[in-house]
Design a protein around this ligand. Sequence first.
Ligand code: FO1
Length: 312
Amino acid sequence: MRIVALAGGIGGARFLRGLQAAAPAAEITVIGNTGDDITLFGLRVCPDLDTVMYTLGGGINEDQGWGRTGESFTVKEELLEYGVGPGWFGLGDRDFATHIVRTQMLAAGYPLSAVTEALCDRWKPGVRLIPMTDDQVETHVVIDDPEQGRRAIHFQEWWVRLRAAIPAESIALVGAGDAKPAPGVLEAIEAADVVLFPPSNPVVSVGTILSVPGVRAAVAAKTVVGVSPIIGGAPVRGMADACLTAIGVETSAQAVAELYGPDLVNGWLVAEADSGVRVDGMEVRSRPLLMSDPEATAAIARAALDLAEELA
Ligand code: FO1
């Protein structure tokens, strides 16, 4: 069975681990969000790609859901001694190696998809991880800063430094309009038996991947099952609520289903608290959705696959 998943960061990576357990014989291709990518200290950092790679490769800091396990921060401390920031983004020593290798390969002319393949040669995540595009796309957020007035900042600054404490007036996917799907993205979608939307952030993760020209149409042609990232009116983790509010969408399983729409998503898994969700043209099923442990996560992934097979 060929499965394609559009994945963001922490929630997406956790779900993928459950998907591997639920369908050990499946061929899984992950199309990773690169809108969170940022250049720091001259190095290209790809948070969502790295979270998937480390989580499925066994190197993730499990509690954080990002960065490496067994991390130290000597380089970061030394940079701060030189007064070189930003200090608000926690880059660890082991993580720096990933960004140095990636930046070196990018500088040598390798596209991000080739770099990601090379990094995965080490981590062996057990899925094919392809960035949504080899072109540069960055999510920026417009805020009305009490001190500095209205300005656009990188998503990571809003997410990590500000913790989304200042509301986002709008979210801009800089470069998305000119981006091309990375090699293999459209082919993987077209060849898929099912496309899954993990419980990733529907705005800045799944939404960003869908914003790459050609991807939404390719996905819409397939059987698509999504897992709601919102349970009982709140995101389980992260700040999907702040992102949904920024685009004028209510934080609910119903609103996210409508945001994706029945033309795109055929099946929608919601938590029992949201069993009242109804969208014409979409098959909605409710079940426990908390990825509380690997077994629970595998059961959710299994339910998504079962629904997809029913709808195919
Ligand atoms: N998230 C934080 O909340 N604080 C951090 O200091 C932080 C550092 C970091 C370093 C590397 C990396 O790959 C991810 C990191 N993240 C951090 C998470 C990141 O901001 C988010 O995982 C994604 O961008 C959103 O899914």
